[in-house]
Design a protein around this ligand. Structure first.
Ligand SMILES: NC(=O)c1ccc[n+]([C@@H]2O[C@H](COP(=O)([O-])OP(=O)(O)OC[C@H]3O[C@@H](n4cnc5c(N)ncnc54)[C@H](O)[C@@H]3O)[C@@H](O)[C@H]2O)c1
Length: 399
């Protein structure tokens, strides 16, 4: 056992609660009741979410009643910086928060990442609770205790691994989520089930296919309102969505509880992410100019984390086919399956950068060790292996 193991006190990362679609008011009461057990609460709420979500405004009223100070968070990648985290810490000091403080993060992955980081460093660490409001955060970002901010134009370069006391997953919060952000989380969900399937990968791909087909039919063919139609589709599929969000959260929490500090198994969760982080970094540098929707019909600006993950998944599938099966086809077999599942769900998955363009950025990957990167390669859906490769080997294999 090394010294790190001795001082690390794992909190049970499986402590997340899922509340189904029919229990909005009881969910709110349950959450407040849960939060009251902690006392000394300090809430950080995504500014946009506060404006868009009645559920969150109701929650804020309840938090106000119990005297919880609240602060708005600017949830953009540009604002996901050390300065923002230090501002959070200054505010906590101003409010007199001591070591008993419990920070509450209400928002997507940007909010939970920044609040988790602030909780990790404020007075050498205080507790925090996540209330994720995006699909991506409910199945991924708000679970597992990784937090961080962007630094020197690199994604999540500074951060800590420290578990939240609880993550409260409330799928009804998703009904105000824009479709593009939903699809971003959908990519992470498919990634999760590519790592551990249990029959959920195809079920999820089929659900997203149905949701996107219904959306296209109503909006593109019948000219219905985009936002209302999408919210209606989400409500219609909420039962299946709840079940699959629970399954995905379980996979992540299971992996993390077996390997909280990412020494081995947890690395699998990085499937597609070495490519994704390079794509995000390049997109930030060139202003996201090279991205357009996969159908070519509409331009989209920049790339979201989930979209970059989708592109990374396709590249990882291609790399795996080349590495394990010497598959020379273009596209390779698994690459064709993965990209068609993403395409059917309407998730942009075509990467506009060549692997040579991504090389320098990949070399700076946080997971690079001794010139090699731990690439997670899918042999098939539900079966991934970690293979150490240099960037040069990757370039050669993908040519
Ligand atoms: N810590 C981890 O393990 C981990 C894992 C994956 C991703 N991440 C990080 O998560 C971030 C992406 O997170 P995200 O996609 O959840 O997005 P986000 O926090 O950027 O939110 C996306 C957008 O949706 C808005 N929004 C959030 N919830 C809403 C709701 N319910 N209704 C309406 N609008 C809502 C936000 O204001 C924002 O504009 C990235 O910075 C990524 O690096 C972290």
């Amino acid at each position: 056992m090394n010294p790190q193991d001795i001082i690390y006190q794992p909190v049970p990362v499986k402590s997340f609660v899922i509340v189904g679609k029919d229990k909005i008011s009881s969910a709110e009461q349950y959450l407040i009741g849960l939060l009251l057990t902690y006392k000394h609460l300090y809430a950080f709420i995504d500014k946009q979410l506060m404006m868009k979500s009645q559920i969150v405004r109701d929650l804020a009223v309840e938090l106000q009643k119990i005297g919880c100070p609240m602060r708005a968070v600017e949830a953009t990648e540009e604002a996901k910086t050390m300065d923002s985290v230090l501002d959070m810490c200054s505010w906590l000091m101003e409010k007199g928060a001591d070591r008993d403080a419990v920070l509450v993060a209400i928002g997507g992955g940007i909010t939970t990442d920044m609040v988790g980081f602030a909780a990790g460093i404020y007075k050498r660490g205080v507790r925090y609770v996540n209330v994720p409001s995006t699909l991506l955060a409910q199945v991924d970002a708000a679970l597992g205790g990784k937090s961080g901010v962007n630094f020197e134009k690199y994604k999540n370069m500074l951060g800590v691994i420290r578990q939240p006391s609880i993550t409260f997953i409330w799928p009804s919060l998703l009904t105000t989520l824009p479709r593009r952000d939903f699809l971003s989380g959908a990519a992470e969900m498919l990634k999760t089930f590519m790592i551990e399937d249990n029959g959920n990968y195809q079920k999820t791909a089929d659900l997203f296919f149905d949701m996107s087909s219904e959306y296209s039919m109503e909006v593109l063919m019948n000219g219905k309102d985009e936002k209302k139609t999408w919210a209606g589709i989400m409500k219609k599929h909420m039962d299946t969505l709840c079940e699959l969000i629970g399954a995905a959260a379980n996979v992540k929490a299971g992996v993390v509880s077996r390997d909280p500090l990412e020494k081995e198994e947890r690395r699998k969760l990085n499937l597609g992410h070495t490519f994704a982080h390079a794509i995000e970094t390049l997109a930030q540098r060139d202003g996201g100019e090279r991205f357009s929707n996969h159908d070519g019909a509409s331009e989209i600006k920049g790339v979201t984390h989930g979209e970059a993950v989708a592109m990374g998944l396709v590249m990882a599938a291609r790399l795996a086919d080349r590495y394990f099966r010497k598959d020379k086809n273009d596209p390779t077999e698994l690459e064709a399956k993965v990209s068609s599942d993403l395409w059917d769900a309407d998730i942009p998955c075509y990467c506009p950068y060549t692997v040579e363009e991504m090389a320098e950025t990949m070399k700076k990957d946080k997971k690079a060790e001794g010139g090699k990167i731990h690439f997670v390669l899918p042999k098939a859906v539900g079966d991934v292996k970690i293979v150490d490769l240099t960037v040069e080997e990757v370039i050669r294999l993908l040519k």
